[in-house]
Design a protein around this ligand. Structure first.
Ligand SMILES: N[C@@H](CCC(=O)N[C@@H](CS)C(=O)NCC(=O)O)C(=O)O
Length: 209
C-alpha cells in the first residue's frame, strides 16, 4: 500500500487531497516539522533533504511534490493531469508555477519570519517578499479572468489543489485574493476529497472563509 508522509497543511496537503480524488488506497504518516521529526535519521533515510511530501509505493520512494503528483496521476489515469494536448501543457505549467514559483515565494516569507534580525530591516524585507506573493496571486486572478473556471482551463487539475493549499498559508503573509480566486477556493475546498484531507490532517481552512 502507498504511504504518504505529510505535515499538516503543508505542500503535501495537495497530494493528500489528490490521493482522495483518485480513490487511492493509502496510509498516512504525520511528520511533525516543528518537533524536528523531518530531521530524524529514519525520515532522512527517505528524503535526505528532510522535506515532505514523501510517498512510498512498495520499495519505491518518491520525493518532490510535482513529480509525485505526476506519478499518482499516471497510476490512476487521473484527468486532473490530462493525458495530452494543450490541456496537459496548461495543467503542467500551472502545477510547476505552484511548485517552483509560488511555493518558493512563500518559503522566503517563512524563512524571514523565523529570523531574529533588526525589526525595522525585517519589516522592510517582509514587505518585499510579501509583495512578490501578492504579485503572484494577482497573476492567478488574471489567469482566472481568462479561463473563467479553473486555473488551467475548463476542468479542475492538480494545480487547483496546490493553489488552494498555498492560499491557506496565512502565517507569514496575508495576500488579498481577487473575486475569481475566492470563487475558485470556495469551489475546490468544498470537494469531498479536500474536506476529507482537511479533517484527516486536523487543518482549519481560513483563506476566503
Ligand atoms: N520542492 C519540494 C519542496 C518541499 C518543501 O518545501 N516542503 C516543506 C513543507 S511545505 C518542508 O518539508 N519543510 C521542512 C524543511 O524544509 O525543513 C517539493 O515540492 O517536494
Amino acid at each position: 500500500m502507498m504511504k504518504l508522509y505529510y505535515a499538516s497543511g503543508a505542500c503535501s496537503f495537495a497530494l493528500h487531497a489528490f490521493l482522495n480524488e483518485c480513490g487511492a488506497d493509502y496510509e498516512t504518516q504525520k511528520v511533525e516539522i516543528s518537533a524536528g521529526e523531518n530531521k530524524k535519521p529514519e525520515f532522512l533515510k527517505l528524503n535526505s533533504r528532510g522535506q515532505v511530501p514523501v510517498l512510498t509505493d512498495g520499495d519505491t520512494v518518491l520525493r518532490e511534490g510535482a513529480a509525485i503528483l505526476m506519478y499518482v496521476a499516471d497510476k490512476y489515469k487521473s484527468p486532473m493531469i490530462p493525458q495530452s494536448g494543450a490541456e496537459r501543457l496548461a495543467a503542467i505549467e500551472w502545477m510547476m508555477f505552484c511548485n517552483s514559483t509560488l511555493h518558493p515565494a512563500y518559503s522566503a516569507c517563512f524563512f524571514l519570519a523565523r529570523q531574529t534580525v533588526d525589526a525595522a530591516a525585517k519589516e522592510t524585507l517582509m514587505a518585499a517578499v510579501s509583495a512578490r506573493v501578492q504579485m503572484l496571486w494577482d497573476d492567478v486572478e488574471a489567469q482566472l479572468n481568462k479561463t473563467n473556471a479553473y486555473i488551467a482551463g475548463a476542468n479542475i487539475t492538480v494545480a487547483d489543489l496546490m493553489l488552494c493549499t498555498m492560499a491557506n498559508w496565512l502565517q507569514a503573509t496575508t495576500p488579498k485574493f481577487g473575486p475569481k480566486t475566492i470563487a475558485l477556493i470556495q469551489k475546490v475546498t468544498a470537494r469531498p476529497s479536500y474536506q476529507l484531507a482537511l479533517e484527516s490532517e486536523g487543518v482549519a481552512y481560513k483563506a476566503a472563509a
